[in-house]
Design a protein around this ligand. Structure first.
Ligand SMILES: [Cu+2]
Length: 209
């Protein structure tokens, strides 16, 4: 691998790419629990503002924390717009976790009369879960690799002729890719494989510091 050049933009690019890959792995592996309203909880507030800028994915959870004066109920868009609970039965347990199971818009209100119109209404748009596919072969030195879709788009600048790219000696500690056909590779569960990929990339990152 070309890491041992350890010089200038190439090393920096390798570090950045490794971080991007690691963060992609982590995003794919972990579902998010959103506490609605954060520390404010589910009460009279502005949940349009709270939800803005957040990305809700299938598999994530909305957690409504509220006192006995309130409840939460999932409703249709028209009921959301008109602050009507319809026929749905509200949750009243005070700590309601609702998993987002499908894509599309989801609507929640407090059905206690007057509360929805005072702000206890939440609309979220749920998008598909991040692909939890394991990164096949960690190759941070080639950002154009198709297995790293959001790698930095900067192409190698031709103005750095100082990297001769000597045929690198194979470095067993540097790669988490087992030899092709290795049975341990095939039987490794996806979660473990993702973890090993993360650890391998972290070790690469530390080595290039
Ligand atoms: Cu309420």
């Amino acid at each position: 691998m070309g890491f041992r050049r350890g010089r200038g933009s190439a090393a920096l690019r390798a570090k950045l790419t490794a971080l991007v890959v690691v963060s992609l792995c982590l995003r794919g592996a972990v579902a998010t629990n959103f506490k609605v309203g954060d520390s404010t909880g589910w009460t009279f507030s502005d949940y349009t503002t709270w939800a803005s800028g957040k990305t809700f994915r299938v598999g994530d959870t909305l957690e409504f924390v509220y006192n006995s004066a309130h409840n939460v109920v999932e409703v249709t868009k028209s009921d959301y717009d008109s602050c009507s609970a319809g026929n749905a039965t509200p949750y009243t347990d005070g700590d309601t976790k609702i998993e987002l199971k499908t894509t599309g818009s989801k609507y929640f209100i407090c059905s206690v009369p007057g509360h929805c119109s005072e702000g206890m209404k939440l609309a979220v748009n749920v998008v598909a879960a991040a692909a939890a596919t394991p990164t096949s072969s960690p190759t941070p030195s080639t950002p154009s690799n198709s297995s790293t879709p959001s790698a930095p788009k900067s192409s190698p600048t031709p103005s750095t002729p100082s990297s001769p790219t000597t045929p690198s000696t194979p470095n067993p500690n540097n790669s988490t890719t087992p030899p092709p056909g290795s049975s341990s590779f095939v039987t490794l569960p996806p979660s473990l494989w993702t973890l090993s990929a993360i650890l391998g990339l972290l070790s690469i990152f530390i080595r290039t510091l």
